[in-house]
Design a protein. Structure first.
Length: 120
């Protein structure tokens, strides 16, 4: 049975499979960044009022299953997550020798949104 969410005048079940891919599909998600990126996205989702149902970080992309309420547009939510996560990653890892000058986690990133569930 689906777990329907409620707001004042609507019941909804909006789940979106979001995939973030760094520019040029650069394999930049490894080590401590790969372990900590889940916490970064969980905090951002909590700030926005979005439920992060499940996620998986690969070396060259990130899968997330999000439940976005209908009061938020999907494009604005994805833009918020991309922008704020890029800023946090840059601030946290700028001292390392990886190329995190914003060029691989910035506006040229790709995000693919599909409705549905994640299957492995």
């Amino acid at each position: 049975m689906r777990d329907w969410q409620c707001q004042a005048h609507v019941k909804y079940y909006c789940r979106y499979h979001v995939i973030f891919v760094p520019k040029y599909r650069k394999k930049a998600l490894f080590g401590t960044l790969r372990r900590e990126i889940g916490a970064i996205f969980r905090d951002l989702c909590r700030q926005k009022g979005i439920e992060l149902i499940e996620g998986c970080a690969m070396r060259d992309h990130i899968h997330m299953l999000l439940m976005i309420p209908p009061k938020f547009s999907v494009s604005n939510t994805v833009g918020f997550l991309k922008g704020k996560s890029a800023i946090q990653i840059f601030r946290k890892y700028k001292h390392e020798q990886r190329n995190f000058s914003g060029s691989h986690f910035g506006p040229g990133d790709t995000a693919l949104v599909q409705w549905g569930s994640m299957s492995r």
